[in-house]
Structures are given as C-alpha cells and as structure tokens.
Design a protein around this ligand. Sequence first.
Ligand SMILES: *[C@@H]1O[C@H](CO)[C@@H](O)[C@H](O)[C@H]1NC(C)=O
Ligand SMILES: *[C@@H]1O[C@H](CO)[C@@H](O)[C@H](O)[C@H]1NC(C)=O
Ligand SMILES: *[C@@H]1O[C@H](CO)[C@@H](O)[C@H](O)[C@H]1NC(C)=O
Ligand SMILES: *[C@@H]1O[C@H](CO)[C@@H](O)[C@H](O)[C@H]1NC(C)=O
Length: 456
Amino acid sequence: MNAPAVLRLLSASTFCAGTRMATLRSALVCTAAVLLCFAPVSAQVEELDSDFKDLIKDELWLVEFYAPWCEYCLTFEPIWYEVGAELKSLGSPVNVGKIDGSVHKSVVSEFGIHGYPTIKLFKAGVPFNYNGPRTKDDIVEFVNRVSGPAVRTLPSQQLFQHVMSRNDILFVYIGKASPLKENYMKMASEMIVHISFFAASEDILPKAVVLHEIPSVVVFKDGTFFTYNETQDGELSAWVNRERFLSFIKLDKFTLYSMGDTGKLVAMAVEDDKNPTKEGIQYKAMLEKVATEHKKIYSKDFQFGHMNENGYLNGFIMGELELPHIVVLNLSNDGYYLPNKTLKSTDDLLEFLNGVLNGSNQLLGGNGFIQRLQRFVYDAKTTVTKAPLASCFLISVPLVIIGMVIYACCTAVPGNSEDDHVSLLGQGFTSPNKDDTPGVTLPAQQEKNLEAKKED
Ligand SMILES: *[C@@H]1O[C@H](CO)[C@@H](O)[C@H](O)[C@H]1NC(C)=O
Ligand SMILES: *[C@@H]1O[C@H](CO)[C@@H](O)[C@H](O)[C@H]1NC(C)=O
Ligand SMILES: *[C@@H]1O[C@H](CO)[C@@H](O)[C@H](O)[C@H]1NC(C)=O
Ligand SMILES: *[C@@H]1O[C@H](CO)[C@@H](O)[C@H](O)[C@H]1NC(C)=O
C-alpha cells in the first residue's frame, strides 16, 4: 500500500482534539437551553440532507457543514441561528442551512470538507468559502457582499463619496465598456470573497482625482489612489491580491490566513498589548514608517503590520517568541526570518528587509517534512494542553503520526511525490492554531472551485 493510500484511509477516521467531557456536556446543555429559548429562531436555519445539491442549483444557500461530535460546532450553533435570523430580517434572498457531515458522507467528499465547521455560500451552484472570523456581523457582511453582483455600479458622485467614506480600500473601474472591464468583471466574480468591487463613469470622480487614461482600474487607499498598469503590475487579479490590504494593518490569524495567497512576505512588529514597552512602540513606528515612506520599493514584496500577542507566532516558530520583536513570515512555505541584531533605527530595519530579499538573512522554519512533523506534534501538544478548540479535523492524531511515519519510510524521493492528501496534512497542521482558523481550505480545493466556476 502506498503512502497516499494510507493517508486516504486515515482521513476516514475522525478526531476532535481537546475534548474534555465536562466542557462538552456543559456546552451541550447550554446549547439545548439556547435552542429551547429561541425555538422560533431555529426556523431560520434549515437542516439539510444530501438532496440540497438540487436546491443550490438555482437558489442562494449559506451552508454550515458540521458534525455532532465537534464540540466547537455546538459553541458556534447559536451564532449560526443569529445569522439565519438576521438575514431573514434583512429580507436577504439567501437561505441558511446546516448539514451533518457525519451522516451525509457523500457531501463531505464531494465538497472537499476537511474540518468542521466549514461554511460555504452557494451562488448558482458555485461554492464560495468563508474563512473569516466566526462572528454574526462578519458572516452577514460576507453573505451580503458575495450574494450580490460581483461589480456594483456607483451612479452618482454622492454615492461614490458615501461608499468611499465607508471602505478603507476601494477598487473602482472607471470608464465605459471595454476589454479591461470584461477582465475586471471576471476577476471580481472570483475575488468577491475577499473584497467588494465597483464601477463608475468618469464624470462622478471627485475633481482631485485625475487619471492619465480611461478606462482604468483604480484603488483608493491609504489616503491616496493608484491605477492598475498591466505592463508594470502583471495580471489584474494578482495586482488586486497585492493591493487589497492597507499598507500597515493590525494582524491576527484571520488576516494572516486570508493573506496566504497574496504571495507577499509579512513584516510585523509583535508586542504584548497588555504590557506595552518603549521598544515595542518604536518597532511599530519604524515598520509603519517604512510601510508608508518606502512603499514604492517594499510594498511589492512585503505586507506590513503589527500583532498584539505571540500565540500564533509561537506555533509558527515552535517556541516562545520574546516580546517585543520584529519578524518576517513567508506564509507560502511557513518560513520566517528574525533580525540577527537589535533593530535600533529605520536604517537597521531596511538592512534587515534587504537581507531577507537578497537571501543573506537565513530562512528559518519552513514546511519540509521534518518541520511539518515537528509542528504537528507541537500543535497537537498545545491544542490538547491549553488552546481552546475552534475547529475539528477529520483526522485522528495517533493515526496521522503513524501515517506520517509510514509515509516517511515509503517516500524515498522527497519533493514532487507529495499529493493532495499529504498537502492536507501540511495545510491543516503547519501553522499553529490553524485549528482555530475557519474550515481549512486547500489550494487543490480552491482550484476545483475555480474550475467549477469556469464550467458554468
Ligand atoms: C505603464 O507602465 C509602463 C512601464 O513602467 C510605462 O511605460 C507606461 O507609461 C505605463 N502606462 C501608464 C498609462 O501609466
Ligand atoms: C516564499 O516561499 C515560496 C515557497 O517556497 C517561494 O516560492 C517564495 O520565493 C518565497 N518568497 C520569498 C520572498 O522568499
Ligand atoms: C544583502 O543585503 C544586505 C543588507 O543590505 C547587505 O549587507 C549584503 O551585502 C547584501 N548581500 C548581497 C549578496 O547582495
Ligand atoms: C546579519 O544580516 C545581514 C543581512 O540582514 C547580513 O548582511 C549580515 O552578514 C548578518 N550578520 C551576521 C553576523 O550574520
């Protein structure tokens, strides 16, 4: 039996890490009580079975894939009912449902579900994955954005100003119909999971905005605006991906997770916000300065930001990161860089960033087999001992370890021999608290979704 086959077999078993019977029981009791109190509310969420595949063909559905053994799903359930109630009261055309993956196993394999809860919005049969924070407001915002048109037209200057005041980052196509507009619409239908897109005619632009060329795609952010230039910026979707965050932002595991596909390195100041230090404040100021004043040079390669605690990073580096600190992460390979001396000035910081870019500063960590195994063990240990559980994986820990050992023995040549199932382990367990991130989405699965869209 080859290694992928072993892993495929293993993924059939189930595991919910960190379950303590007492908490489970109290969560059950609480949920039951909540359900009883809000019985009419539960009518806004439909319990689905595998027939829902027919429903999603021409109805909008927001679906939670859950399992009864998943403790976190129980905690999340009241929020799901609130989402259902809110969408109903807003008169949204989106139906809200949930489906028990442990009963409807065909659905789990068909939609590539790797953890619970997984949230998907189905629009004309095409799934859009929700990966943001699991709060009512964030989910409702996502639903309103994705269920509507991919590009919204701004018909008046007044509306333009209004939308501008409510969005930190605004992508707008300016001009009439053109091949660029077609390209923009196509890109928007995929990127709408991340951010909203608008279109407007030239005459509604504020006077201060002068464009060299019409049509153009413009992004308004950081108190200024830039236009997309194909020769310089490459593919439109890649440019949007790079520009869809402010130049200096507060980072958490959800933003890092959603940043995974921008391909940028993430340079951040990490400090303990409960114990702010002079040094930490200085680090933050230095990074913000580089992010704004040296934007032209560094923003192509780096996203800048700051983080308020080291929990996520400790898992990343598999140790305790001293605070405050400046760290650079490569989210594509789970590698990181640390300065080899104390950074006292912006010049020191620039030297560190240049060293990262030219390869003279050494990459630490990474996602080689050994690092993945180490990180997996580290995560399993910390999950069981302290981190609260926020997702349940469809994989058993002891079996995975055996599977990985078998895999290590069977794989004579590392590298290309890895297939989806192995990368599932990589993805699911590489970064710390990945178990905290919402339903793990695999690159392979995203590709499948895109393909599904193209077929339409
Ligand atoms: C786009 O970028 C290229 C290369 O940098 C430059 O030559 C060209 O003038 C730019 N086009 C516009 C409209 O700015
Ligand atoms: C980050 O990692 C990816 C995958 O190994 C690699 O292709 C990319 O060049 C790295 N980025 C930088 C800036 O080193
Ligand atoms: C890389 O950048 C660092 C920092 O600026 C510099 O000291 C070093 O000489 C550079 N190395 C190469 C090979 O360019
Ligand atoms: C420290 O890193 C810089 C690049 O960031 C490099 O040029 C320098 O040689 C390194 N120094 C040591 C002692 O490793």
